[in-house]
Design a protein around this ligand. Structure first.
Ligand SMILES: CC(C)(COP(=O)(O)OP(=O)(O)OC[C@H]1O[C@@H](n2cnc3c(N)ncnc32)[C@H](O)[C@@H]1OP(=O)(O)O)[C@@H](O)C(=O)NCCC(=O)NCCS
Length: 181
C-alpha cells in the first residue's frame, strides 16, 4: 500500500518517521498508554521505539495503516491512530494520545478522519474498535467517533498489567451516517 497523509481540522495524520522515535519512546512509557496499548514485555528504550516506528512505517503487507497524529503548525507529535487486521473489507482501529494533548478531541478527530478514508479510499465495509470496559475515556472516543456499541466481550484481552479485561466491542459500517468533527 502507498503512503498517504491526511488532514483534519488542526491535525495532520502522516506515516511514521525515524525522527519520531524519541517522542514515541516517551509516549509508550506513559502509564495509561502502557496499560491500555501494551507493546509486549520489553522495556521501552530508544531501540524498541525505533523498531516500533519502522514497523509501523512499513505498509507493504497491506495489513495495516499506521499514522502519527501531529500538529500541522510545528509538527509536534500528538498521538497515534492505526488500522489493523485489514482484510476482506474489515479492519480494527486503535489509538492513543500523548498526555499533553488529551481532552482536545484529538483522538476523536483522528479516528473519524482515518475511518472516513478507510471507507472511501480502501473501500472497507466494517471497522471494529475494542476497549477495556475499565477505560471509559476510550469508550467516549468510540461513541463520539460514531462507533456503535455492539456488546461486551468477556475477559477478551490481556492488557499491560497482565490481567484479562472485559471489553466493549464497537463498530462503524460504511453505510452508517457520516460523522462531522
Ligand atoms: C483514551 C484517549 C485516547 C482519549 O484521548 P483524547 O485525545 O483525550 O480524547 P478526546 O479529547 O478526543 O475525547 C476524550 C473524551 O473522553 C472523555 N474522558 C476523558 N477521560 C475520561 C474518563 N476518565 N472517564 C470518562 N470520560 C473521559 C473526555 O471528557 C472526552 O469526552 P467529551 O468529548 O464528551 O468531553 C487518551 O486518554 C489515551 O491515550 N489514553 C491512554 C491510552 C488509551 O486508552 N488508548 C485507547 C486504547 S483502546
Amino acid at each position: 500500500m502507498e503512503h498517504v497523509q491526511l488532514t483534519a481540522a488542526d491535525l495532520l495524520l502522516r506515516p511514521w518517521r525515524d525522527e519520531d522515535a524519541p517522542a514515541v519512546r516517551d509516549a509508550l512509557r506513559d502509564p495509561a498508554i502502557a496499560q491500555w496499548n501494551p507493546q509486549g514485555g520489553d522495556p521501552i528504550d530508544d531501540e524498541v521505539a525505533l523498531l516500533w516506528v519502522r514497523r509501523r512505517a512499513d505498509w507493504s503487507t497491506g495489513g495495516h495503516v499506521s499514522m502519527a497524529v501531529t500538529a500541522p503548525t510545528d509538527g509536534e507529535l500528538l498521538g497515534s491512530v492505526s488500522l489493523h487486521r485489514i482484510h476482506d473489507g474489515d479492519a480494527s482501529i486503535g489509538y492513543w494520545t500523548v498526555p499533553a494533548a488529551r481532552g482536545r478531541q484529538v483522538a476523536v478527530r483522528a479516528v473519524v478522519r482515518l475511518t472516513d478514508w478507510a471507507f472511501t479510499d480502501l473501500r472497507l465495509h466494517r471497522v471494529e474498535l475494542c476497549h477495556a470496559v475499565a477505560n471509559p475515556a476510550s469508550c467516549r472516543v468510540a461513541d463520539r467517533a460514531g462507533y456503535a456499541a455492539e456488546g461486551t466481550l468477556r475477559e477478551s484481552y490481556r492488557y499491560g498489567d497482565g490481567r484479562r479485561y472485559d471489553e466493549h466491542l464497537h463498530a462503524r459500517l460504511a453505510t452508517d451516517p457520516q460523522i462531522t468533527r
